[in-house]
Design a protein around this ligand. Structure first.
Ligand SMILES: C[S@@+](CC[C@H](N)C(=O)[O-])C[C@H]1O[C@@H](n2cnc3c(N)ncnc32)[C@H](O)[C@@H]1O
Ligand code: SF4
Length: 365
């Protein structure tokens, strides 16, 4: 049996955050109920024989906003249609304000075993400014509550927000509460978001690049001192707590994505569902073939994904002798790249330069 990962997209949010350009929106209860129905239909229709599910991930949007009954229906449909390992990693993303004891109990009964909380910051002024609905006190209380039910709790932080130079302090508050995994995302400012407009009008000043790197490094040093491993550019975990779902993406493993805008990768073909409710409801989630040249894509993706995490890249690559790349020998000599057996790794100290390094190493830089 081949292994596969499943992703379920829940696009609803109670309020849109000022920085967020993800496919997520506010919706009334009728729309949410209709979406859950469509989702269940899609899951049934895409049942796969010959595969066993190794990870399930409910992402968003805000999956913790789902009514308990809807959540249960979707999970039941998954288990009725797919073979799932008993020890499959099952993650749900949650926002602190929409998580309570009742929901956590339900999630536990549905075999969820990993909760990923969007914390972003532990400073009340910052949280308010970026449009989050929780404050520091709620965030920490909900981390403790999530830990009461789940060993494997992850938190998201954003690096680069205005005035936010003490992320190591936030990480300490989370680690002291037993958080095993922290994702640290560099702030991306998109023009089509309220934050993008605020930046344009000089009403919001993200950290400079130097301040951001400094803040990230302090955070990273703190986490590494606590035994965390930076196993991917933005991700830190205590040993064995790496996100298996994300590792599958980075290893170019197969996955099915359900819901609007969800991506899938099966039999070497990437597909994407319709990205708005109307087309999704009209079942226009006709699968589009994204890649034109699979062999080139395989090599390029292998380099891009593998060097950004501690999986590395397996050599030799198909039809591309990377050792003949003009940058290869220099990077090895400078310790930017490291070769171990037949695998090539990017030294995590150079992760912040990964875009340039990787583009130099691609077949046609
Ligand atoms: C898709 S969101 C879903 C999680 C959940 N809805 C929440 O916000 O708590 C996943 C994570 O992406 C990160 N994120 C979203 N927009 C971002 C941006 N513009 N820059 C950096 N990180 C961002 C946030 O850390 C967020 O927790
Ligand atoms: S960051 Fe999370 S809660 Fe905020 S709008 Fe984006 S998906 Fe929704």
């Amino acid at each position: 049996m081949k292994e596969i990962s499943l992703y379920v997209h829940i696009p609803f949010c109670k309020q849109k955050c000022a920085y967020c350009a993800f496919n997520s929106f506010c919706a009334d209860e009728d729309v949410k109920a209709q979406y859950c129905k469509l989702l269940c239909q899609e899951i049934c229709a895409r049942k796969l024989d010959g595969y066993v599910v190794k990870t399930i991930y409910f992402g968003g949007g805000t999956p913790s906003l789902l009514k308990n009954e809807d959540m249960k229906n979707i999970v039941d449909i998954i288990y009725q249609n797919f073979d799932v390992y008993d020890n499959a990693e099952f993650t749900i993303e949650a926002n602190p304000e929409s998580l309570d004891e009742d929901k956590l109990k339900l999630l536990k009964s549905l075999r969820v075993n990993r909760v990923s909380l969007g914390i972003q910051s532990l400073n009340d002024k910052t949280l308010q400014k970026i449009g989050r609905l929780h404050d520091r006190k709620t965030a920490l209380e909900k981390v403790e509550l999530a830990r009461k039910y789940f060993d494997n709790v992850s938190c998201d932080l954003i690096v680069g927000l205005e005035g936010e130079t003490n992320l190591a302090g936030y990480a300490k508050s989370l680690v002291e509460r037993g958080v095993k995994h922290i994702s640290c995302y560099l702030l991306e400012v998109y023009d089509n978001t309220p934050l993008g407009q605020m930046v344009k009008q000089k009403r919001y000043k993200p950290l400079s690049d130097e301040q951001t790197i400094l803040s990230f490094n302090k955070l990273s040093n703190y986490l590494v001192d606590q035994g965390f491993v930076r196993y991917e550019i933005s991700n830190f975990a205590l040993p064995t707590y790496e996100s298996k779902h994300n590792l599958n993406y980075w290893a170019r493993g197969e996955y099915l994505g359900f819901g609007i805008a969800a991506h899938s990768f099966l039999n070497g073909i990437r597909t994407e569902n319709a990205s708005n409710m109307r087309d999704y409801a009209a079942k226009k989630q006709t699968q589009e073939r994204l890649s034109q040249n699979e062999e080139v894509e395989e090599v390029e993706e292998g380099i891009m994904l593998g060097l950004r995490c501690n999986l590395g890249v397996k050599l030799p690559l198909k039809n591309y002798d990377i050792t003949q790349n003009p940058y290869y020998a220099d990077y090895l000599r400078q310790g930017i790249l490291r070769k171990e057996g037949d695998r090539l790794f990017l030294n995590p100290m150079f992760y912040h330069l990964s875009n340039t390094i990787i583009s130099n190493l691609l077949p046609n830089p």
